[in-house]
Design a binder for this molecule. Structure first.
Ligand code: 5GP
Length: 260
């Protein structure tokens, strides 16, 4: 049996060996030698390391040996594909969080939780909406290079913790960052693989009424956010893609199609 020309992984063959008598009779050594990039020498040294005799057949493997072998060969889905990094920006109130939540719950995206120095809003939870940090703690994390990007927005600091994003991408998970424009540009400057998407409101009036309905900001803060929104919309030309948020499910499916 050759793995090279089949879609079977080492795990598949080991599992099959429990039920299929012919596969069970196969020597472990032959199986390992058939794995692309392993070969005779690596197969022998791996077996020695795991305490498996060179003549052992799949059906003769002990549970412990089986588990250690499976650990040596992770699932193809986690070892072969690198996840896609999508950065979603757009003015506050345009509906980014609703889209992020759908991608997280329905499409299995890793949605990064940012750190910020602003105060929590009444409905926000620590570690779910944001990590709320003091100015001092935020500065410490900047010095330790713990942020993939960070920026100042409307008088507060916001940053994307680097570790979770990098781990998820390398494990093959698609990642969504919901951040403002300056941060989005920093991400693109460091990783050209990132896809920058700008979310536009269907109209300016629509955005104003969404921010007013929110009711969590003071009038000054709201005016500041609207001025920022105008600047952001003007900068949308730097993005790879501009989507109009007229229909949430439509935007979600366009974002999912970017990961194919
Ligand atoms: P809000 O205070 O309304 O939650 O967020 C204000 C702005 O900061 C939004 O445009 C949001 O996308 C952005 N933001 C949230 N987290 C981050 C982050 O980690 N980095 C950057 N650069 N912007 C962020």
């Amino acid at each position: 049996m050759k793995l090279k020309n089949k879609d079977l992984s080492v795990r598949d063959v080991l599992e099959l060996g429990n039920t299929d008598h012919i596969v069970g009779k196969m020597r472990v050594r032959e199986l390992l030698e058939s794995v692309p990039g392993v070969g005779k020498i690596r197969a022998a040294s791996l077996m020695e390391k795991l305490g498996i005799s060179l003549t052992r057949r799949i059906q003769g493997l002990g549970t412990h040996q089986m588990v250690s072998l499976m650990r040596e060969f992770p699932m193809p889905s986690t070892s072969m594909r690198r996840g896609k990094l999508i950065v979603l920006s757009g003015p506050g109130g345009v509906g980014k969080s609703t889209i992020a939540e759908k991608l997280r719950s329905r499409n299995n995206f890793y949605v990064s939780v940012s750190a910020t120095t602003r105060d929590p809003r009444p409905n926000e939870r620590e570690g779910i909406d944001y990590f709320f940090l003091s100015q001092e703690e935020f500065s410490k994390r900047i010095s330790n290079d713990e942020f993939l990007e960070w920026a100042e927005f409307a008088g507060a600091l916001y940053g994307t913790p680097r570790a979770g994003v990098e781990k998820s991408l390398s494990e093959g998970h698609d990642v969504l960052l919901e951040i403002e424009i300056a941060g989005a540009k920093q991400v693109k400057a460091h990783s050209s693989e990132a896809i920058l998407v700008f979310l536009q409101p269907p109209s300016w009036e629509h955005l104003v009424s969404r921010l007013e309905a929110r009711g969590t900001d003071t009038p000054e803060r709201r005016a500041q956010r609207l001025a920022l929104a105008q600047e952001e919309i003007a900068a949308s030309g730097d993005f790879d893609l501009v989507l109009v948020n007229d229909e949430v499910d439509n935007v979600v499916s366009q974002l999912v199609s970017l990961t194919a």
